[in-house]
Design a protein around this ligand. Sequence first.
Ligand code: NAP
Length: 211
Amino acid sequence: MKIAFIGIGQVGSTLAGQLVALDHTVTIAARNPNSNSVKTALAKYPALQVASPQEAIAPSEVIFLATPFAANQTALAEVGNLSGKILIDCTNPVGANLTHGLKSEQSGSELVQSFVPDAKVVKAFTIYGFENFENNTYPGYGNLKPAMLIAGNDTTAKQVVSNLCQQLGWEAIDVGNLSMSLHLEHMTLLWIQMARVQGRGANFVWAMLKR
Ligand SMILES: NC(=O)c1ccc[n+]([C@@H]2O[C@H](COP(=O)([O-])OP(=O)(O)OC[C@H]3O[C@@H](n4cnc5c(N)ncnc54)[C@H](OP(=O)(O)O)[C@@H]3O)[C@@H](O)[C@H]2O)c1
């Protein structure tokens, strides 16, 4: 699959590196091909390709958005037409003192969708720190896989994202429409509190037990 990344920092480079290792064609949509984040990603994952934002996006079926939340609108305006593309929103609106950055009145992903109304936005790869995107192996739990909760309005797009999650070793769990992203964003805040503030560290994820 042809995949592009807008933002290639901690989250973007980690996911791009995992996907290129699975033989996907992964291109960095680089506003500056000589930036530190592009150079660092290429040094770690030499199979990544680099192109201008428009050149990277045009042939790609799936685009990851992994920019600081405050940069989303500018970053999306630079890349051109996303009509019909699947846009995986990895961003989180994080406010002061780990509150919701949009005061819990609207999800960040719905705001992203408003910037690109013709794209199929799916929220995914947000509820844990990037460390778990690099390594999601938790031995000792048999066939139980770590859960990746996703949300979006387009069923076909969510199926594509679920398949990518499964290839990356996650159990994809579709929690509903994009408005459900608000709850995922609060899960993220909980994870950050537990991992980074309370000091548990990054090496834990959620799983779903069913009966
Ligand atoms: N860090 C985590 O553990 C984690 C986990 C899940 C989700 N998230 C979310 O994922 C997003 C990215 O986090 P991160 O930790 O990967 O950030 P990061 O390491 O700071 O990387 C941000 C990337 O976005 C690029 N960028 C910044 N402004 C841009 C703009 N206006 N246009 C295009 N690209 C721009 C940066 O490029 P330059 O280097 O050129 O500035 C860099 O490649 C955030 O929304 C965060 O909330 C983070």
